[in-house]
Design a protein around this ligand. Sequence first.
Ligand SMILES: Nc1nc2c(c(=O)[nH]1)N(C=O)[C@@H](CNc1ccc(C(=O)N[C@@H](CCC(=O)O)C(=O)O)cc1)CN2
Ligand SMILES: Nc1ncnc2c1ncn2[C@@H]1O[C@H](COP(=O)(O)OP(=O)(O)OP(=O)(O)O)[C@@H](O)[C@H]1O
Length: 185
Amino acid sequence: MTELLSKKDCRDQQKARLKALAEEHPDVKVAQEERLYRKLFSSAGWRSADTVALTKSLPFEVNTDSLIQQAWLEKKTVLVARVAEAGRLDFVQVSEKTNWSKPNRMGLVEPLDGKVMPVAAINLMIVPALAFDCDSGQRLGFGGGYYDRVLKDFTGKSAALCLAEQARCDWIKDDFDQVVQEIIN
Ligand SMILES: Nc1nc2c(c(=O)[nH]1)N(C=O)[C@@H](CNc1ccc(C(=O)N[C@@H](CCC(=O)O)C(=O)O)cc1)CN2
Ligand SMILES: Nc1ncnc2c1ncn2[C@@H]1O[C@H](COP(=O)(O)OP(=O)(O)OP(=O)(O)O)[C@@H](O)[C@H]1O
């Protein structure tokens, strides 16, 4: 039985590991991403979704720009998460005309304009995290609890793209943690 880490310690490890991958082995990251994109784009959840929700990625996360481009190509409606008040996310419809924020303190880039859509309109939610437990669907995020809140009452499909460096299961889970339905790895 492996020793379980606190969420904070596991987050710190994952940030270092993912930054090292992005900075020292960008080609390895890109090759993994291309494989994950292919699996996602051929999945039933993606193909049947008219409206997909995702985040604008940080440099060390799976690059979501290709997901946004492919979704537009397939005439899907694309919603991007934006931090709202009280620990909640807004999901904002984006297009080629969207104005984007400068990276904030955490490096996050968010849409400045566009219609805020109801969560109920989302067919497929692509969920970010620093680590995923590929067996249980558990995820370790940045610690805002944003996706725990949004997934709690979400009735659409959820999926995540998991790099080899994100796959682990050795952090302490909480009762409020919500799982992702399909981890693509
Ligand atoms: N690219 C991307 N966008 C995303 C997420 C993500 O994981 N990746 N999120 C996924 O949910 C949401 C943003 N998550 C956030 C999580 C924490 C804080 C924050 O302010 N944290 C505190 C303390 C963090 C810490 O413990 O170090 C802070 O910075 O003061 C902000 C945003 C929405 N957008
Ligand atoms: N349904 C909920 N309602 C209110 N607060 C919640 C809910 N779910 C989680 N939280 C709060 O969110 C905080 C952060 O949770 P956690 O550390 O698991 O975030 P995370 O899943 O890593 O972050 P994120 O979802 O933003 O990527 C916890 O302190 C918890 O109390």
